[in-house]
Design a protein around this ligand. Structure first.
Ligand code: MTE
Ligand code: MO
Length: 427
């Protein structure tokens, strides 16, 4: 990606000035907006698959953002509407938003901002923005940022937490510097086990849990460390404040919980991180697909492990079921697929409830951890309601299953999606 450093430094100087606008989020929570700024999501009452990604909620407009589906405003949780997923890259203004703590950064003055590299290192570093950009080589990676709880609203029985439809995901080209180079510059001391990431947000998490900080850690022995990027650009632009300006961690293939936003510290640890966000939150049962039952959970015998990579998923995006299509009309089905296990090998469509499958064609490959677009010509011959199922197979041979997952966090959903299309009589 041709992002030159000079261009970056220049455009970010301008960005920091615009963004130093002050207490934006404290003052414009969605609840305080005038009614004209909020549009209700049309209610879906019919049977079958829901053409909207969420049938409840309303659109809300936040700084630097297009109208997005509002899940909660404290903390801010905004979902991306379905039609944005027609392309490989999700526009920054439409990219979903998820924070956990009460106070999130409204503005960052790049003159003041520093990234601290500390803990069990030979040479602790305090890097300014220009130092970071000029000292290390710039790299780009296309990678999907997906919340562990994406599609949580599908779980039966219901679990607490943001009731996301399918829009707590997005794909961007992330440009920044390699985490490995930063660690090497600081010199990781022997006896180190993990590296911990911390951002600028503050406050307690749900039910008052946590330590006033959102912190996540990765094992230093984990090969993903070499793929991590400390990103200062998203789709060739500065990151929106809500998506982690001025820099965030990108962990390709991994669920978003590790993708620390508004990064302020990288801390090398000589003992495993047991803070709330590692020890208690964002864990899944140590079972196939991280799935269990409420009964087994109650027994207290289900061991858990931190969530890691994203299982393979695919979606039909267009047509979205909201328009009646005449019989005999040649359609192009279009959608996306991705996997945290590296690349999409195959996408298939079924119109007979998964009995038989037709292989779709894949769009250009933007990288192993990116959305991959797919398309298929399809002409519905007769009028009626069609239910199209879509499933993907990844490079490791993992195929999307038709079984639901259940765990108390509502994580890691990847059941085959069914999408309804209504076909009318040709006139
Ligand atoms: N500093 C900070 N980084 C964070 C979080 C947070 O609460 N604070 N939440 C994580 C989780 S769980 C998700 S899903 C993603 C959301 O990223 P986005 O808001 O850019 O979509 O940010 C991750 N990084
Ligand atoms: Mo998340």
């Amino acid at each position: 990606m041709g992002v030159t450093r000079r261009r970056w430094l220049k455009s970010l100087g301008a960005a920091s000035a615009t963004l130093a606008a002050g207490q934006l989020f404290e003052k414009t929570s969605a609840a305080q907006q005038t009614p004209s700024e909020q549009q209700p999501v049309p209610e879906f009452t019919g049977p079958g698959a829901n053409p909207y990604w969420n049938s409840v909620g309303q659109y809300a407009t936040y700084p630097q953002k297009a109208p997005l589906i509002l899940l909660t405003d404290r903390p801010v949780e905004l979902e991306t509407p379905r039609h944005y997923f027609l392309s490989t890259f999700t526009p920054n203004e439409a990219f979903f938003v998820r924070w956990h703590l009460q106070t999130i950064p409204n503005a960052v003055d790049l003159k003041e901002w520093r990234l601290h590299v500390e803990g069990n290192v030979e040479r602790p570093l305090t890097l300014s923005f220009p130092e970071l950009v000029s000292r290390f080589k710039s790299v780009s990676v296309a990678a999907v940022d997906q919340c562990s709880g994406n599609s949580r609203s599908r779980l039966q029985p219901r679990v607490p937490g943001g009731q996301w439809g399918n829009g707590a995901m997005g794909n961007a080209a992330w440009t920044g510097v390699r985490l490995r180079e930063i660690l090497d510059a600081a010199g990781v001391k022997s006896g180190s086990v993990q590296v911990q990431f911390e951002g600028l947000d503050r406050g307690l998490g749900p039910k008052g849990y946590g330590s006033n900080r959102f912190m996540k850690s990765l094992d230093l022995m984990n090969p993903v460390i070499d793929e991590c990027v400390v990103a200062y650009a998203m789709n060739d632009e500065p990151l929106p404040m809500l998506n982690g300006f001025p820099m965030r961690l990108v962990v390709p293939g991994y669920f978003a919980t590790y993708w620390l936003k508004s990064l302020s510290s990288i801390r090398v640890l000589d003992a495993p991180d047991d803070n709330f966000w590692m020890k208690t939150a964002y864990r899944i049962p140590d079972t196939p697909r991280g799935s269990t039952t409420p009964e087994d959970m109650k027994s207290g015998k289900v061991a858990t492990v931190p969530i890691t990579r994203m299982p393979v998923r695919s979606f039909l995006i267009s047509p979205d079921g909201s328009t009646k299509i005449p019989a005999g009309f040649p359609l192009r089905l279009r959608g996306i697929a991705f996997s945290g296990y590296g690349g999409i090998k195959k996408v298939e469509v079924s119109e007979d409830n998964c009995a038989t499958w037709i292989e779709a064609r894949l769009g250009p490959n933007a990288g192993d951890y990116s959305f991959r677009t797919w398309f298929m010509e399809w002409t519905p011959k007769t009028a009626g309601r069609y239910e199209l199922a879509v499933r993907a197979t990844d490079a490791k041979g993992n195929v999307q299953p038709d079984e639901a997952v259940w765990n108390p966090g509502g994580y890691s959903w990847n059941k085959i999606e069914r999408h309804e299309i209504v076909v009318g009589e040709a006139s």
